[in-house]
Write a protein that binds this ligand. Structure first.
Ligand SMILES: Nc1ncnc2c1ncn2[C@@H]1O[C@H](COP(=O)(O)OP(=O)(O)OP(=O)(O)O)[C@@H](O)[C@H]1O
Length: 295
């Protein structure tokens, strides 16, 4: 059997009286993109910190790249790169200087560090800004540099903690392309996000975390089908959604919903039918931690 990139079992972590992780189990196959989706304060960053050995768990076990996060921290560190919400980029330095410095700190010779910096600047569309100080960068440029810095040394597993939070749509999509390209090269990607659409677009597997537990785990399609059938939408004359009625997808349920809509719909309204969105899934799964639990 191929060893998974990440294996987590019964992981627990509390800060004082607050239980943040209350028994997390998950497996991430090598070369896949895994998205951990959860609201603010759900424990996403804490889990990434445990998996990258920055924080010790209270109980349970986790292996990353085949190495135990407690017993073999050095092995884990050799296997992972981490891009945090506030990565260790020096704002006073230029993009080029940051990349070269990281190369030197990682053991590259000066010519190697220079070559790697040039390669990454070109790849991340930062060559024109290479000699500008990072403090003058836009949010999107800054995130691309954060990612580039974490890739100075090739590692098989990449942790991305909320890689696109605060970015506009264009910058977000540019970063998604980069993430997909990295995965295409065989790098295992573990990312956290609050954006359902992001998890839907990128991830092979999505785990929803709430109240310290994984309340659902599967493909986007599996999660959506989990909460039922299609959603009927009543759409107004100006394309606004007037009402949404979840159905179990059966003819009878759709018929009943249509009859109800026919009685109340304003003039000019029409009906649409759609699959449940990740927002529907998220709300259904996080509203009650004990309902909808599956793995
Ligand atoms: N070192 C710490 N000491 C005390 N409490 C902490 C510590 N680190 C995290 N917490 C608490 O643990 C909870 C989970 O935090 P965490 O940052 O892991 O959540 P998150 O899902 O990443 O949230 P966000 O989306 O806001 O980044 C929060 O209530 C936070 O205040």
């Amino acid at each position: 059997m191929i060893t998974p990139a990440i294996e987590v079992s019964g992981l627990r972590k509390s800060f004082g009286a607050q239980t943040v992780l209350d028994g997390i189990d998950l497996t991430v196959p090598k070369g896949s993109i895994f998205a951990l989706l959860g609201p603010n304060g759900a424990g996403k960053t804490t889990l990434i910190h445990i998996l990258s050995t920055l924080v010790a768990p209270d109980a349970g076990s986790a292996r990353v790249g085949g190495h135990d996060v407690v017993a073999d921290k050095a092995g884990v560190k050799r296997s992972v790169s981490l891009t945090g919400q506030f990565a260790a980029v020096d704002e006073i330095l230029t993009a080029e200087e940051n990349l070269r410095m990281m190369g030197r700190l990682s053991g590259l010779t000066p010519p190697e560090a220079r070559a790697r910096a040039d390669q990454l600047l070109a790849h991340f569309d930062l060559a024109a800004a290479a000699r500008k100080r990072v403090k003058t960068f836009s949010g999107g440029m800054r995130r691309r540099l954060d990612l580039a810095v974490s890739l100075v040394v090739d590692r098989p597993i990449l942790f991305l903690d909320e890689p696109t939070t605060g970015l506009d749509t264009r910058s977000r999509r540019a970063l998604w392309d980069i993430i997909l390209e990295l995965a295409g090269r065989g790098i295992t990607i573990f990312l956290t996000t609050q954006y359902l659409e992001e998890a839907d677009q990128l991830a092979d597997t999505i785990a929803v975390i709430a109240h310290g537990r994984v309340v659902a785990c599967g493909t986007a399609e599996a999660l959506k089908s989990r909460i039922g059938g299609d959603v009927l939408e009543l759409i107004g004359a100006n394309d606004e959604i007037i009402r949404e009625i979840p159905t179990d997808g059966s003819i009878r349920a759709v018929q009943q919903s249509l009859e109800e809509l026919a009685r109340t719909a304003p003039a000019g309204a029409r009906v649409g039918i759609r699959k449940p969105s990740m927002d529907d899934v998220f709300l259904a799964l996080t509203s009650n931690p004990r309902e909808g639990t599956f793995s």
